[in-house]
Design a protein around this ligand. Structure first.
Ligand SMILES: Cc1ncc(COP(=O)(O)O)c(C=O)c1O
Length: 399
């Protein structure tokens, strides 16, 4: 028997279906000389702010290269708490913050701290792929509540559906606001409704707000604004998107300080701590508020171009992306007419036109099967060229 035959069953339950598969396909096509337009990118294309880079370099030169506390360096935890207090008018304190190697590690710690064998995790459909995978890895069961598409404002909660999917075994509800992939922003009423369910029924609310700076219309309603958040909330955010620091691997969880302390024990026994000099750089990144605003303004302009251009294509349709840097394009008519799965749509589009999109199937469970996700973290010229090729592709498929 080979080692692969003895894998833990929970690991075997992972689908492995991530956005990276389509980047690999694009590399294959690029190697044949095709100029790729990549709408698959899940990271800002602007540099990390100079103050962060300089501070990380200084930290390295000063020999700040050893282990840090499992919860992160005090100065950074304090700075995160300060930033949240300022931005969200909340009362978070340093002891309620743990710094992790990326927001994915934050999500992992948060879920591993609460999900056990047979527990149900309520996810919205569609949602970021990691939530279901980590749930299964931990022996839990993803249960999906479909989001409802509303004219002009995109995907929102359907509280009847949420109620119908809750059970005595529900341990966590995972909210991603603003949402990857739908690009919708939940309003205060929706966040309050979920907070109330969590508070009253002893369920944990995990709120992943990693795109909270990328808001173009409407107001960000953070789950941290609720006064009793310590009783039920695990709040996740990070540096990857806001400060264009994806490769630095820094995220954080905010929760009741006893919960954070337990997560610290888990961290100490798995990865020890987040990178030392990256944490120093992140501390300085908070001084780059102007650059963050410039990036958000730039993304809003690109969002407008992408939306205007996509809206001209007959046979597809799109809700205006209110937040994030994604557009979630409804291609159901093309799929039905051409008899294609969305996965085949994306693969064909890469192979025939050199345009990368992410099939909504990657974002479980059912709703996404009629959509592709396009990132607008690329220049306006490329956006125009990519949409032109996409329009040709759609026209060919519709005949
Ligand atoms: C909704 C969501 N949460 C978490 C993450 C992970 O962020 P990080 O790169 O900090 O691990 C991503 C990255 O794509 C994301 O889209």
């Amino acid at each position: 028997m080979k080692a692969i035959d003895r894998l833990a069953p929970n690991l075997n339950s992972l689908s492995g279906e991530t956005t990276l598969v389509y980047q690999d396909k694009a590399r294959e096509v690029a190697a044949k000389g095709v100029k790729i337009i990549n709408f698959g990118i899940g990271q800002p294309d602007v540099p990390t702010p100079a103050v962060a880079r300089e501070e990380a370099k200084l930290a390295l030169d000063q020999g700040f290269t050893g282990y840090t506390p499992a919860l992160g360096i005090d100065e950074l935890r304090e700075a995160i708490a300060n930033d949240l207090r300022e931005r969200l008018k909340t009362d978070v304190k340093k002891d309620e913050v743990i710094v992790t190697p990326g927001a994915k590690a934050s999500l992992f710690l948060a879920m591993a701290s609460f999900v056990g064998q047979g527990d149900e995790v309520l996810l919205f459909d569609p949602a970021f792929y990691s939530y279901a995978e980590v749930t299964r890895l931990l022996g839990g069961r993803p249960v999906y509540a479909k989001l409802k598409r509303e004219p002009n404002s995109g995907f929102h909660l359907d509280m009847h559906e949420v109620e119908a999917k809750l059970s005595p075994r529900t341990k966590i509800i995972v909210l991603n606001n603003p949402s990857n992939p739908t690009a919708a922003l939940m309003n205060r009423r929706e966040v309050e409704a979920l907070s109330e369910i969590a508070r009253e029924r002893g369920i944990v609310l995990l709120s992943d707000e990693i795109y909270d700076h990328f808001v173009y219309e409407g107001e960000m309603a953070s789950a941290l604004n609720e006064s009793s958040w310590r009783d039920y909330l695990l709040y996740v955010n990070g540096f990857s998107k806001t400060f264009s620091m994806t490769g630095w691997r820094l995220g954080y969880v905010v929760a009741d300080k006893q919960v954070i302390s337990k997560m610290g024990t888990l961290a100490a026994n798995t990865y020890t701590c987040a990178n030392s000099f990256a944490q120093r750089g992140a501390l300085a990144a908070f001084r780059a508020k102007g650059e963050v605003q410039q990036m958000v303004d730039l993304f809003k302009r690109r969002r407008d171009v992408l939306y205007t251009e996509l809206s001209k294509i007959k046979g597809v349709n799109l809700d205006l992306p209110h937040a994030t840097f994604y557009a979630f394009l409804d291609v159901s008519k093309v799929l039905e007419t051409a008899g294609l799965s969305v996965k085949k749509f994306s693969i064909d589009l890469i192979e025939k036109k050199g345009v990368v999109t992410i099939p909504g199937e990657v974002f479980p469970e059912e709703v996404g099967r009629m959509f592709v996700r396009l990132s607008f973290a690329l220049g306006e010229d490329k956006i125009r060229e990519g949409v032109k090729r996409l329009a040709e592709f759609v026209e060919e498929k519709l005949g």
